[in-house]
Design a binder for this molecule. Structure first.
Ligand code: 4NP
Length: 161
């Protein structure tokens, strides 16, 4: 079982959407049994909350459903997940600090857009303070990034449906 954790700040906008897109894609590929995915936030701002209404609506417009409750990244995540994927530099920095604090110095943390050639180092922008259109924008960014991520891990783990 390959375990993938998507991480943003609040765990109500970007990372639950990433998780939903990822689940949809692995289902379409017939690879659901090979993966477990989850999402979490670096902050404790929205623990226990449903995703932002705008993320839920954006997912619904694309035919996806989101079922997640906000939670904060914790120590066992560094032990349990094979791939921990940050949405932006700020999340990446926080996760790299946490892995030292929790004593997982060797753990690689990935940046979501690094999986797409030409997008290295770019953020999945935080849509929280913007309008609905920002959510469609990050949906497209996540869709393409996750497509490339899947191409990579199918190869690395030699997965065939
Ligand atoms: P997310 O968006 O990190 O994509 O879930 C945010 C959600 C909440 C806040 C910031 C970003 N906030 O400051 O409460």
């Amino acid at each position: 079982m390959i375990k993938v954790l998507f991480v943003c700040l609040g765990n109500i906008c970007r990372s639950p959407l990433a998780e939903a897109i990822f689940n949809h894609k692995i289902q379409a590929l017939g690879l659901s049994r090979k993966f477990k995915s989850d999402s979490a936030g670096t902050s404790d701002y929205h623990i226990g909350e449903l995703p932002d209404e705008r993320s839920i609506k954006c997912a619904n417009r694309k035919g996806l459903t989101i079922t997640h409750r906000g939670r904060q990244v914790n120590r066992t995540d560094f032990r349990d997940f094979n791939y921990i994927i940050a949405m932006d530099d700020n999340n990446l920095r926080n996760l790299n600090n946490l892995k030292i604090k929790y004593n997982f110095p060797e753990k690689d943390i990935f940046l979501m857009r690094d999986f797409v050639a030409g997008w290295e180092g770019l953020p999945v922008p935080d849509p929280y303070y913007g309008g609905e259109e920002g959510f469609d924008e990050i949906f497209q960014i996540l869709d393409e990034s996750i497509e490339s991520f899947l191409t990579k891990i199918k190869e690395v783990h030699q997965l065939y449906a």
